[in-house]
Design a binder for this molecule. Structure first.
Ligand code: ADP
Ligand code: MG
Length: 282
């Protein structure tokens, strides 16, 4: 396919995609679509047939080689937990999927609902249904809760109505006239998720939604994510609170130093003490 990203940078890049390490426990990318025979990336021609798939993704910050040949897929309606230690490359992978400028994707393909995101910039990816809820939430200063949500709906395709978002997060409805940046951390997280849903999202990317929040607020957000799950939203969740993410997720992948070291069910990770201790320190 001619729209594969394979820019030749001025500087060094891997001549060939490095072979993925063998899986530890679970089946690495082992399902009916990406069946692996030996090592190396899965066949790219199958990547576009999954609902969401990343194929042999390599991404860089300047010359720093961070995402090192990542491949995985997500089925429609599935929740995937993307786990790994601090600095493993989780945020970078989400940012690459959302097609923000950094890290720069130099090789690989990203497909959502048969559309090639790798050929797009952030604006196109968002219009095609990628909803990134970044770690720092990015609530817009000087705007009320409601204005933050309205701003998300300024360009089509529009997703949930604002009233529906208030039904999911009643606290946001109560504070609709309050300036967004004056909300508590948990409420800002709700607003960030609400803002993603205000667009027509096909793939929700949550980067550490529980970070820095009190346990009672984490539970409240967990309940809304359960609700979003029931509605069939395809989601990738990155979380340091791996246990909470694994309880929500159907499947999990573990990143280590920019490579996938495990791909399997959430239950397999919960049941595998050795794997959790080695890569998640839990
Ligand atoms: N803007 C950046 N410029 C250079 N290196 C970065 C940048 N952001 C992250 N990194 C590096 O990329 C690696 C992966 O970071 P990140 O994707 O944020 O990891 P995680 O989200 O798993 O904690 C780390 O070594 C980090 O230092
Ligand atoms: Mg991160």
């Amino acid at each position: 396919m001619s729209d594969t990203i394979d820019k030749q940078p001025n500087t060094k890049q891997p001549d060939a995609a490095p072979a993925a390490r063998p899986a530890r426990g679970g089946a690495l990318l082992g399902d009916e679509v990406f069946t692996r025979h030996g090592e190396g990336p899965p066949p790219r021609n199958l990547a576009e047939h999954a609902y969401f798939s990343v194929w042999d993704l390599h991404a860089y910050y300047g010359e720093s080689y961070i995402v090192q040949g990542v491949s995985f897929q997500v089925r429609e309606g599935e929740i995937l937990a993307l786990l790994g230690r601090n600095g493993a490359g989780k945020t970078s992978t989400l940012r690459a999927i959302a097609r923000v400028d950094e890290p720069a994707v130099r090789h690989g393909e990203i497909w959502l609902d048969h559309k090639p995101l790798h050929a797009m910039k952030a604006h196109g990816a968002a219009q095609s249904g990628v909803g990134l809820v970044p770690e720092d939430r990015r609530i817009i200063q000087g705007l009320t809760v409601e204005e933050n949500l309205q701003l998300a709906q300024i360009a089509p395709p529009v997703g949930w109505s604002i009233e529906r978002i208030y039904d999911l997060f009643p606290r946001l409805g109560e504070r609709r006239k309050q300036e967004g940046t004056t909300l508590s951390g948990g409420e800002q997280q709700m607003l960030a998720i609400g803002r993603a849903l205000a667009r027509d999202v096909k793939l929700l990317l949550l980067d550490e939604p529980y970070e820095g929040l009190a346990p009672v607020i984490v539970q409240e957000i967990e309940r809304t994510l359960e609700e979003i799950k029931r509605l069939g939203m395809t989601t990738i969740i990155v979380e340091q609170n791996a246990i909470a993410a694994l309880h929500l997720a159907d499947r999990a992948i573990i990143l280590d130093m920019g490579e996938i070291v495990f791909d399997g069910t959430a239950k397999e990770v919960l049941d595998n003490t050795e794997l959790r201790q080695e890569y998640l320190a839990i």
